[in-house]
Design a protein around this ligand. Structure first.
Ligand code: BG6
Length: 454
């Protein structure tokens, strides 16, 4: 099994700025929408997070000890360009991070935007306002100017599909479908513009999108359930990748948006920008598959992984063949192989897995976390990824979520994902000390052996 991975395979791990850094208002940073949103009761806010901002050296030392070949993190727009002006302290922070990574032979992989729009931009209408497209392009240009030569892999926008379809859950947008798909369209144009700008700059790296992709199973062999699966996949997956790779909207997704009165206004200039700015590779996050039926019984509670429904098209149903995490997300390693294959056969571009992992509530006992369920989860997914590679899929790296414990999008730090435990709770900051979990030592060995061993 171990020989299924190329020798330069990027064994990595992921985080995002607002979920790990803390220092929410320090050294010139303006608040982002994540800092000012209302927080579900019993969960912490993002103000201190895992205090990564103040513990950079210690954390990168641990990443080195873990053996990471790559570290996928995001840059905070509101730290780098608060109120539209470049903040030297923000630049200095990411410069230090990138230098530390390089000194430790860890390849930086950067996402430029991960759910944390600056509050001053949100006040002016956020992504619904077309001016945000240029503001995003200006911000990205600052990043390319400073870090373009040092970062070989860039991602434009993390999980744009989750922002469009479950924005109210993750705290990015609470608007109507019509407004959200106009925002979404502006994001797609912004992504394409930045992709073209990056290409024109000859930075010697690659740039691509980073949606959350989940293959969709029909609930039965009824023809109408096949159609339901086709439509859910078009709306949730292919809309985003078709624009990012082919430069145009997926026809089924467009039809659905028209039917529900949510088709965005698109100009001729937008179409040219979309056609010109297509990605070099596909980064994507995988947590589980979806299962849908054509029958729509009731309004569904929206969740980014357990699904949603569009009356007349599909409804998410529980898949009785899949076990669940303690937070109610299905576990489907074979679905990972299927999803990798499905994406690759549609687009034929190299794939980078930028998130995959299991959230669990954990208590430190005698300085230890025995997270066998995480080892088991990741082991099964890596096994299936090896099979996908054997199938012929080009996978260039795997970055599980998350390198270190951080704050979940809406379930606090009680839902932990890291290889490294951070000593704090939702109620108390404690000493924020770092402890290596059992999965840390397990993943260290996977990386050392370039796979799972025989
Ligand atoms: C993805 C996001 O949706 O999944 C991450 O890119 C997020 O930001 C991760 O933390 C897990 O989701 P959650 O809701 O459990 O934090």
């Amino acid at each position: 099994m171990k020989n299924k991975f190329p020798t330069d395979f990027l064994w990595g791990a992921s985080t995002s700025a607002y979920q790990v850094e803390g220092a929410w208002n320090e050294e010139g940073k303006e608040p982002s929408v994540q800092d000012i949103k209302s927080i579900p009761e019993g969960t912490t806010d993002f103000k201190f997070a895992s205090d990564h901002y103040h513990r950079l050296e210690e954390d990168v030392r641990l990443f080195k000890e873990l053996g990471l070949k790559a570290y996928r993190f995001s840059i905070s727009w509101s730290r780098v360009m608060p109120n539209g002006k470049v903040n030297p302290a923000g630049i200095a922070f990411y410069k230090r991070l990138i230098e530390l990574l390089k000194e430790n032979d860890i390849q930086p992989i950067v996402t430029v935007f991960h759910f944390d729009l600056p509050a001053s931009i949100a006040e002016k209408g956020g992504w619904e306002n077309r001016e945000t497209i240029q503001a995003f392009a200006d911000y990205c240009q600052v990043l390319f100017d400073h870090f373009g030569q040092d970062v070989p892999l860039w991602q434009t926008i993390n999980e744009q599909n989750v922002m469009a379809l479950a924005g109210s859950v993750i705290g990015t947008s609470n608007k109507s479908m019509k407004e959200k798909f106009q925002e979404n369209h502006h994001m797609l144009v912004a992504q394409a513009l930045v992709t073209s700008n990056y290409h024109k700059g000859n930075y010697n790296g690659k740039i691509g999108p980073a949606p959350n992709i989940a293959s969709v199973y029909p609930a039965s062999d009824k023809p109408e359930d096949q159609m339901a699966a086709l439509y859910m996949s078009a709306l949730r997956n292919w809309l985003f990748l078709d624009v990012a790779v082919f430069g145009k909207y997926n026809h089924n997704a467009w039809h659905l948006l028209e039917k529900i009165g949510a088709a965005p206004v698109i100009t001729a200039e937008d179409q040219t920008i979309l056609a010109e700015g297509t990605g070099d590779y596909i980064a994507f996050n995988y947590y589980n598959t979806m299962t849908v039926s054509s029958y729509f019984a009731k309004e569904q509670k929206i969740d980014q992984q357990s699904g949603f429904g569009i009356p007349g098209f599909f409804q998410t149903v529980e898949n009785p063949h899949l076990p669940m995490t303690e937070f109610g997300w299905p576990i489907d390693p074979e679905g990972f192989r299927f999803t990798l294959n499905e994406i690759y056969s549609r687009y034929r571009l190299p794939l980078l897995v930028t998130e995959n992992g299991i959230g669990a509530s954990e208590q430190l006992i005698d300085g230890k976390i025995h997270d066998d369920y995480r080892i088991d989860y990741l082991h099964q997914h890596i096994q299936q990824m090896a099979l996908a590679i054997e199938d012929g899929v080009e996978v260039i790296g795997y970055c599980p979520w998350s390198a270190i414990d951080l704050i979940s999008t809406h379930e606090g730090i009680n839902k932990r994902y890291g290889f490294i435990y951070v000593n704090r709770t939702d109620e108390e900051l404690l000493d924020l000390a770092r402890y290596k979990k059992d999965s840390f030592y397990w993943y260290q060995q996977v990386i050392e052996e370039n796979g799972l061993g025989e």
